[in-house]
Write a protein that binds this ligand. Sequence first.
Ligand SMILES: [Ca+2]
Ligand SMILES: [Ca+2]
Ligand SMILES: [Ca+2]
Length: 324
Amino acid sequence: MKVQKFILTLLFFLFLNPLLADTQRLLTRGVLVYNGPNICMDLCSIYFLEADPGFTSTTITHLPDPYVLDDYINMSVEIEGEIVDCLLCSALQADQLTVLEDGDNLVVNGSFESAGDADLSGWTYTCSATSSPDTPPGGGNWSLYLEAGNTQGCFPGQAVQTPVDIGFRDIITLSAWIQPGYGFSVPSLQLVALPEDNGNPLILAQQAVMDTNDWVFVELTDTLINLNPGDQIGIILDAGMTGGPVYDWALFDLVTLTNDGSVHLGDINGDSQVNILDIVTLAGIILGTVTELTDFQLWAADFNQDGNINVMDIVGMIIIPLIP
Ligand SMILES: [Ca+2]
Ligand SMILES: [Ca+2]
Ligand SMILES: [Ca+2]
C-alpha cells in the first residue's frame, strides 16, 4: 500500500503538477486600476483589473518591476500571464499586455494592427506608408511608418481619415502618439474641416512634435465651432516636409477621437451648463474686463446670435431659464 501511495504521489508530481501549472495561465481583459489599501498588503496587490463582462477580475502584478504597469492605469487592456502566490494573496503575473481600442473611439484602425498583425486599412495615404514594430506604451505590435513629404518627390506625406458621427458644434478630443524620424521634418497631428464644396481643408487645430526622437503623446480638443454645417472633419497624420533630396519619416500609433457632446449657446466656460458663472463672464466681456476669448467663447456669448455681444444676450440668458 505504501509503495502504491508513493507511486501515486510521484505520478502526481510528474504529470499532474505541470498540468496544474498550465491551467494557471489566465487571459483576461478590462480596465486596469490602482488597488488601494487592501488585505494583501504586498507588492502583488498594487493593481486590480476590473474585468469586462465574461472575463475574470483579478489582482495584477508584474513582480520583476512592480510599478511598470503605471502607464496603463485607467486604460482598457488585455492581460495574459500566470497566477502567482504572493504573501497573503495570489495575483496574475502579467507577461503580455495589449491596450484595447476604446469603444468610444471614432477612428477606424487607429492602432495600425489587427489581431497582432500589421494593418494599414482605414486610412488614405498620399505617399509611401508601411508598418513599424516600434510602438509607444500600450501600442501593441505595430505602428504606422509614414514617409515625410519631399519638395522633389511626393508630398504631402499624410495619412487621412474622415470620421463619421461627428460634426458642427460637437466637442471632440483627438489624440495620437507620434515619434519623429531623423528630425529634418516636423510631424504633426491635425484636425481639419473638409468643405462640402471640395475647397481647401481648413486647419481647426494641430500639434507638432519636434526636438525629440522618442514617442510623444499629443492631444487636441475642439468645439468644431469653425466648421460650417455640411462640412466634414478630417484627421490628418502629417509626417512633415523636407527640402531637396533629404529623406525623413515619422511613426504614428493609437489614434483616438471621441465625441464628448455638443456645445450650448450661453455656456461660455464650456462646462455643459448655462448658469450664473457664464452670466458673470458675459458681463465681464461686455465691460471689457474679460478679453482674449476663443472662437467658441465668442460664439457662446452671443446668446441671441445677432452678431453682437451686449446686454441683450444677458437678458436672454436670464429669461430663458425662467420659461418652463
Ligand atoms: Ca499599434
Ligand atoms: Ca457654463
Ligand atoms: Ca447677441
